[in-house]
Design a protein around this ligand. Sequence first.
Ligand code: FMN
Length: 212
Amino acid sequence: MNSNNQPTSAITFAMTGASGAPYGLHLLTQLTKYYQQVHVVISKAARVVLATESAMKLPESPQKAQALLTEYCQCEESVIQVYSSENWFSPIASGSAAPKQMVICPASMGCVSAIANGASDTLLERAADVVIKEKGQLLILPREMPFSTIHLRNLLTLSEAGAVIMPTCPGFYNGPESIQDLIDFVSARVLNHLGIDNQLSGSWGYSEKNKT
Ligand SMILES: Cc1cc2nc3c(=O)[nH]c(=O)nc-3n(C[C@H](O)[C@H](O)[C@H](O)COP(=O)(O)O)c2cc1C
């Protein structure tokens, strides 16, 4: 964990096919500033959402995707490692090597269901399963509206298994003026949960507006 804002070793980052690609891209960029290695898995549906909601056309090839994301995040080449969805030999597929922290942003209801039911059918699902079984820190940023009873049951199951459910719901109490402010809010809350001090968004009670 990062207690002094120093780079920590490794984290797993996943994007799935829920709306909110800008949240995912921003969070990934932030993580590359704090971690020496960010293991990345991106579902097929997430690539469709990325193309729909951002200017990024992410190639299917993990090597090409890695190069593009490295350029996008402007980080060193060794930081981002992208894996295909069936790369069972990657470190994140095993409790003996996987980082203890994983973030899924955005998280589709499909992936929430698969993880809640222990499917482990793709590397992304397996990586989440590993973090849960190893009692690591799994942060899930679901996006759907409204949530059905089935979605809520699956999210409850994941919460009971130790995951932290952090919906992509930015607050408005700090006076956001742009979409970027809203994105910063969500990234800041995630970084806080990972133990990383950051100045992305004001904390409750520290706003100029709240000073009397
Ligand atoms: C542009 C677009 C937006 C979508 N938004 C959502 C969403 O907000 N939440 C959700 O659960 N699924 C959403 N979906 C549907 C998922 O992508 C779909 O259920 C997919 O099978 C999820 O697969 P994955 O979990 O492997 O990424 C969206 C799909 C597209 C193409």
